[in-house]
Design a protein around this ligand. Sequence first.
Ligand code: SF4
Length: 411
Amino acid sequence: MPTTPTAEIPPSGFSAPFIQTVVVQPTPFCNINCRYCYLPDRDSKATMALSTIEALFSKVFASGWTGDELTVIWHAGEPLVLPVSYYETAFRAIEALRPPSLALRHAFQTNGMLITPEWCALFRDWDVGVGVSIDGPQALHDANRVTRSGRGTFGRTVAGMRLLRRENVPFHVISVLSAESLRSPEEMLDFYLAEGVEDICFNVEESEGDHVSELFAASNFDDRFRAFLGRFWTLARQSGRVHTIREIDDMLSRIFRPESGDANDDADRANVQAQPFGMLNVACDGSASSFSPELLGLKNAAYNDFIIGNVCTDSLESMLKGAAMTAMARDIATGVEICRRTCEYFSVCGGGTPVNKLSENGRFDSGETSFCRLTEKIPTDLVLAAFDRLEAAIESDSTPAMDPGRLAEAR
Ligand code: SF4
């Protein structure tokens, strides 16, 4: 499941598209077959050509649509099924094209099974951000993350994580929460602590593409997720050994974000998945998409299967003006306006994720989803409840200022 980086707000007065993240699919192939996977082409061994990588980054760098920083996420399939040398060549080619004023950071999301000392050297040499997909202790992980023959992948993933630690490669984990793991915050935390994992991201099992989430089908899953995340946050704070929980820490930075005047406007512009070209997502044949990266590879006649052009043959300007981009941008913007009018969480959310609106509500121009209740509303409620407790505590002592950094103490 793709990971979405923290969004930046485009500079004031910046009205052109603002590319913050490029998601590159070097191959759709994956060496395993997770039960919740929505990627339709995970058996294909096609590989992105070097010429496609060069065409992509030549156009991005020449566009004038980037800020000072750009994140490049290598997301497949499983990116490590390609050899280390593939990325050494690709990174050098991108580096040769990169304008000196642009800071670019590569990131990988991997199932960790294929990590070797050579991969660790690449990660270190290029300061690559590494995310490992692991769903918690063995029983929870192996319930869904299996090989094509149905065997669990826990042992090899843990071995990969341990090698990263031995080789001093920083990494975070992304764990997909199932109905079962929501019952197990203590076991989840015990596992992370035992493996020395300090930075944790949770993804909820979503309905996307052909995959229908069992979690969303379960009764009172909102309450169960709220209880899980609240309990996990409390336990993690008490342990003193967890550095970040993305769902909480991202929310803190968004709730306490410095405003440029209009909090709703800031949130809207910071919602990278709702902005044309905020995320530029490119398949191995050069087909380009935008908005939610999960759209790339899905089918939809109304939006040309979400393909806005091909980086080998089309300019970014022509993609921006094309029929598919125009239709998606219009309908996604309408969905954002529905959220702005109807949702009291808009100033922290910015209008949600288009792929979940389409998957759950059947259309981009729509509002609330089960996904947004879990990822936006419940974390906001938890942070604000902790803030209220902190405020009450401060009223009775001499602490001079409210400090978001103290929120964890209020858990
Ligand atoms: S929380 Fe949901 S309903 Fe509210 S703005 Fe976000 S996507 Fe829209």
